[in-house]
Write a protein that binds this ligand. Structure first.
Ligand code: GGG
Length: 368
């Protein structure tokens, strides 16, 4: 029997709907296997800004820090044209959680299910054997750069003599690169496969340093095959030959974009889970934050149309990585596969002959 504390941050838009389903699955695991999960629910994102005046309050932060894992839904974007004000932004919650808890490695598995080959934009022969694991650097890069003019800020829009201009800064230290590259090589060692390191070393200095660090870490892992690939080539080859990839390690922004692209191999962005990990240990694993990679999708929020699979599979990753419950995680993954195999589809995945169900029904069938 395991006892664990989980903080749930449902957030905005479809976040609450999909986290409800993920939580129902975790409750079913608790009951079936005799574990005890204490759950704390707190506000985050626009929801927290409206109620508490900040994207994540100090007390929510404290509750997260006392937990074994955080289950996160999604956070909303400000309406177009409102992003330049001085007020809090919902994304600040995620950035603060990642930075302050040291979540530098974001694992995003992409495994197209055979039953969903028809929902992908690729032909089945391209998808066969595709089983990728992205390791996205999560707590540095463009999202956290350092402006000379405004200490503590990575970017600004400012007045200049010729008009308005905007600046973002892309900064990586050797240490920030090394820890995520090392994590990727260690995962590849366990999977007995290769690492593809993705950068833009023909243009960016941060990528030149990235390559140097990869070479150094690779030398310490002589049994792990590896290659360097430019991000533009990677974007193309993901579509042409996804099965050539295994562990893909890359910096923050490239990882954000490439994984949205790769999600299309699975049929929908709603299918992809993620785990954000650092070095802090729990009783049985690693402290982490788990979330579907999709955003808050305000256009379908509250309409029982969101795909809960990414959130449910994030719950499976939580069981495996933070609670050390690999058997239970595998049972959840098998349940997802079985329900998809039966032909159930949320509206984002509709194919001829499939049975369209809502968020709640999809979750209920996986839980059962
Ligand atoms: N569940 C993911 C989510 O809510 N994403 C919204 C977002 O702001 N993402 C930025 C990022 O992942 O870097």
């Amino acid at each position: 029997m395991s006892a664990a504390t989980i903080t749930v941050l449902p957030g905005d838009g479809v976040g609450p709907e999909v986290t409800d389903q993920a939580l129902a699955v975790l409750r079913a695991v608790e009951e079936t296997y005799g574990h005890r999960f204490t759950v704390h629910r707190r506000r985050v994102g626009l929801d927290a800004i409206a109620a508490e005046g900040t994207a994540i309050s100090d007390s929510t932060f404290e509750v997260c820090g006392q937990s074994d894992a955080i289950l996160f839904g999604a956070i909303g974007s400000l309406p177009p044209g409102t992003g330049r004000g001085a007020g809090p932004r919902p994304e600040e919650a995620l950035f603060r959680l990642r930075k302050e808890f040291g979540f530098f490695a974001n694992l995003r598995p992409v495994r197209p299910l055979e039953a969903l080959y028809g929902a992908s934009s690729l032909k089945p022969e391209h998808l066969k054997g595709a089983d990728l694991l992205f390791v996205r650097e999560l707590s540095a890069g463009l999202y956290y750069g350092r402006l000379e003019s405004v200490p503590g800020k990575p970017s600004e829009i400012r007045r200049a003599p010729h008009g308005t201009e905007a600046v973002d800064t892309l900064l990586y230290t050797e240490e920030e690169i090394e820890r995520v590259v090392r994590a990727a090589f260690e995962i590849a060692l366990r999977r007995e496969r290769k690492v593809t390191s993705v950068d833009k070393a023909n243009v960016l200095s941060s990528s030149v340093l990235w390559r140097e660090v990869v070479e150094r870490v690779a030398a310490e892992h002589p049994t792990v095959a590896y290659e360097h690939m430019l991000v533009d080539a990677c974007a193309m080859r993901l579509i042409r030959t996804p099965s050539e990839f295994d562990v893909v390690v890359t910096e923050n922004l490239f990882g954000d974009i490439l994984t949205d692209e790769a999600s299309m191999l699975t049929g929908s962005i709603g299918m992809l889970p993620s785990a954000s990990l650092g070095t802090r240990r729990t009783a049985a694993g690693t402290f982490g934050l788990y979330e579907p990679i999709h955003g808050s999708a305000p256009d379908i929020a509250g309409r029982d149309r969101a795909n809960p699979v990414g959130a449910i599979l994030s719950g499976a990753m939580l069981l495996r990585h933070s609670l050390g419950l690999a058997r239970e995680a595998a049972a959840v993954e098998e349940a997802v596969e079985a329900v998809i195999g039966e032909g159930l589809r949320t509206p984002d995945l509709v194919e001829p002959g499939s049975t369209v169900v809502g968020t709640r029904e999809m979750g209920r069938r996986i839980t059962d």
